[in-house]
Design a protein around this ligand. Structure first.
Ligand code: PEP
Ligand code: MG
Length: 758
């Protein structure tokens, strides 16, 4: 095998491994073989005593595993970790940092190549190659090791988190089983409930190792699953007769016989009888065989690994369906999943939802926005959380810090329950501000509006005392369905919302799908979805969908006259002109040909693409109002995907460049006398809301759960102060400095906010 093939095999195997020791053993074994080295070892950082510990080795004495421990900077391993770069030595024993460990049996090794394993800027460990002869590892070999480490760091971090959890779970009674996973705080609050896995994963490697008290029942479940898969295979074979050669068709029979008792089936039944659950036993056996196939020399047989894997997933699918039917949902649900989207909410009773945790996504992902609208504590981007292991366990979702805690100690849980109580008090306190006009201390009137889209958040929106709906995301009712709604169905949904808020204005934004907002029945597969077919671009390409929506919006407003229509993702004036023309056409048809008694509602555009920032005047002259979408504007200005947890730290709307763009938008809007608001998430963050006030914005639209918190701060500051702060902030060098500066300036006023920032 060449080096690239070796890399591929290592990644595949590591991804299929189910525990940290397994991952590490695969790495040392495969790397040693691929590099033709005498020794390959891996050291990982142990947080309990801040040392790098030998965790797996091929070549050194196995007894030394767990015993050799080096501090940061100590020995060659510690040096690699401290310098965060590879170290390639021909005469390692002559290096001043060389430390001699007799028990390890390494005295005879002269050459040393150590490469740090870095994940999210943290040195997780060091991968080491050693050789008896004075061999200087070639630069290509060094590059190979760097590649292995860079690619595997994520898998190691993940396995480490999983491993920590099972290790803790097996600790003796009375000992803590607590495990903490870190993600991005995405919707404030604390939620305590039982984990429910959103969609069952079909990934064999993520099936946790579990044991059963009732092997007979598990065997029965397993036999049922095999029966279904065999039937599927037979049906498939019959369906493909005539389309495939007889040799290819014969493969289906091979698969069927692989499931028999004298083959895989029997092996799994044995494992179940030894105590494993059906899913767990099946996954272990299949993964073992997949590995064997992958190691075969014959390329044809190597290819068969994916057949076995496919068969494995199919049986697993049936096994998971059976277990899905089991057991009622808990009273308090923490929804967890690999890549949660708002569609997952359709499968659970939302009123029981107390927390959401997604491994992928960030705080401006659509899922997070919906969660904030619902006021559900949420953590996104908890990349290393082992979802499958946590199913059914009690979790605390800390939407303030981004931590997710499994099986918390009694003391910690008590603290969190106390925190929940304090939050309730703050919320109740804030409720007193509901009808207080939002006026700054120097008498400046501010309008606070809500963002909505779900029926469930109407109550909260009304309770917040919002003066209007500044953004109704119409894609949300579309997402929670299984096909495009008809015009009449849409009229009913829009009418309900317009009536609920009448006479307050409701700004309904036309469909903004694409990016991370996929409709289950209209999937869009693109390389760069945020730069692709999104928002108005789809609407203009599908006038049949757009016109139906516009007609439904207009019809729903009959007699209420509180509708405003807003267009998303405008990046060209021609798009705006075309969309406005279609709206006018629909209006004429309805009023002139179909006798509806309608007023043309105010029409507006979102400013959320950098191109639009430079054409605010032209856009403002064409429409009645504009609203700044800071979520998208920030991602496009900073070139940071709002949905990617890896770059979440550099996604920040307080970046001075974003603030300068916001200032320019505001000045241009004033010059053409066009109403302006902000409806991105920035408006709902109290500190950022003050910044927006200082920039001259008067209308802010945010999720209902943020509105009173923002108001409570606005009531304490003056517009003049805000303007002075912003003048200074605009000259700072980066978002972090702006954040620090504003938090410091606002510290004396933010009595109720302290909890939020912590
Ligand atoms: C925005 O981009 O700021 C916005 C309000 O729209 P969305 O988050 O729905 O893209
Ligand atoms: Mg947007």
């Amino acid at each position: 095998m060449n080096i690239l093939d070796s890399l591929k095999t290592i990644f595949q195997e590591v991804n299929a491994a189910r525990s940290l020791p397994e991952v590490l053993t695969i790495i040392v074994t495969e790397v040693q073989a691929a590099m033709n080295a005498e020794v390959c070892s891996v050291y990982l950082f142990d947080e309990t005593d801040s040392r790098y510990v030998l965790m797996a080795t091929k070549g050194l004495r196995q007894e030394s595993i767990g015993k050799v421990r080096l501090q940061m900077g100590e020995g060659l391993v510690g040096l690699v970790a401290a310098k965060e770069e590879p170290l390639n030595l021909q005469n390692a024993d002559k290096h001043p940092n060389f430390v001699f460990f007799e028990e390890i049996g390494e005295d005879i090794y002269h050459s040393f190549l150590g490469v740090p394993i870095i994940h999210h800027r943290k040195v997780l460990g060091v991968l080491v190659l050693q050789q008896q002869t004075e061999r200087r590892f070639a630069t290509e070999e060094e590059a190979f090791m760097v590649t292995v480490c860079a690619q595997l760091s994520g898998a190691i971090a993940h396995a480490e988190a999983t491993g920590a959890l099972s290790k803790l779970a097996s600790a003796g009674r009375g000992k803590s089983k607590e495990a903490i996973f870190h993600g991005i705080a995405s919707s404030p609050g604390v939620g305590i409930g039982r984990a429910v896995l959103a969609q069952q994963t079909m990934d064999l490697a993520s099936v946790p190792e579990r044991y059963t008290e009732n092997p007979e029942a598990e065997v029965a479940v397993f036999r049922e699953a095999l029966k279904s898969v065999k039937q599927d295979m037979r049906d498939l074979g019959v369906g493909l007769e005539g389309k495939l050669s007889s040799e290819e068709l014969a493969l289906f029979n091979v698969y069927i016989s692989m499931l028999d008792d004298d083959s895989l089936g029997g092996e799994v039944i044995n494992a179940i009888q030894m105590g494993q659950t059906a899913q767990s036993a099946w996954s272990s056996v299949i993964l073992k065989h997949v590995r064997t196939f992958r190691h075969m020399e014959d390329p044809y047989l190597r290819e068969r690994a994916s057949d076995v894997e496919g068969l494995g997933k199919r049986v697993l699918g049936y096994l998971q369906q059976t277990s899905e039917k089991k057991g009622p949902l808990p009273k308090r649900i923490v929804l967890i999943g690999e890549d949660l989207s708002a569609t997952a909410l359709a499968d659970i009773p939302v009123e029981r939802l107390v927390g959401i945790v997604s491994l992928k996504g960030a705080s401006n992902s659509h899922m997070a926005i919906v969660a904030r609208a619902l006021g559900i504590p949420t953590v996104m981007g908890a990349l290393d959380m082992p979802c499958a292991e946590l199913e059914g366990k009690e979790l605390i979702v800390d939407g303030f810090s981004g931590n997710v805690i499994s099986q918390a100690t009694r003391t910690l849980k008590r603290d969190y329950v106390q925190r929940q109580r304090e939050e309730q008090i703050i919320i109740k306190d804030l409720q007193k501000l509901r009808d207080v006009p939002c006026k700054t201390t120097d008498g400046f009137d501010f309008a606070l509006w809500v963002n909505t889209g779900l029926r469930n958040d109407n109550v909260q929106s009304l309770r917040s005392g919002a003066a209007a709906v500044g953004l109704f995301r119409t894609e949300i009712p579309f997402i929670l369905r299984s096909s495009f709604p008809t015009e009449d169905e849409q009229v009913a949904v829009y009418r309900e919302h317009l009536e609920t808020f009448a006479p307050r204005p409701v700004t309904m934004r036309t469909l903004d799908i694409g990016g991370d907002k996929d409709l289950p029945y209209f999937p869009i597969e693109e390389e760069n979805p945020f730069l692709g077919w999104r928002g108005i671009r789809i609407s203009l390409d599908h006038p049949e969908i757009f016109l139906v929506q516009i007609r439904a919006l207009l019809r729903a407003s009959e007699g209420l006259n509180n509708l405003k229509i807003m267009l998303p993702m405008i990046s060209n004036l021609s798009e705006l002109d075309a969309a406005l023309a279609l709206i006018h056409r629909a209006y004429r048809e309805l009023t002139e040909e179909e006798n509806y008694n309608l007023k043309l509602p105010p029409l507006g555009a979102m400013i959320e693409v950098p191109a639009a920032v430079y054409q605010v005047k032209e856009i403002g002259r064409r429409v009645d109002f504009m609203s700044v979408g800071t979520n998208d504007l920030t991602q496009y200005l900073l070139a940071v995907d709002r949905n990617n947890p890896r770059v979440a730290e550099i996604y920040d709307s307080l970046h001075p460049s974003v603030l300068r763009a916001l200032k320019s938008i505001q000045e241009q809007a004033i010059s053409v006398d066009c109403e302006l608001s902000v409806c991105g998430e920035m408006a709902g963050d109290p500190v950022s809301a003050v910044v927006l006030m200082g920039l001259g914005y008067k209308n802010l639209s945010m999720s209902a759960s943020s509105l009173l918190r923002v108001k409570s701060l606005m009531l304490k500051v003056s517009r003049e102060m805000a303007e002075d702060w912003v003048d200074e902030a605009l000259c700072l060098s980066d978002a972090a400095s702006v954040g620090r500066f504003m938090s410091k300036a606002l510290a004396p006023f933010a009595l109720n906010q302290s909890k939020l920032a912590s």
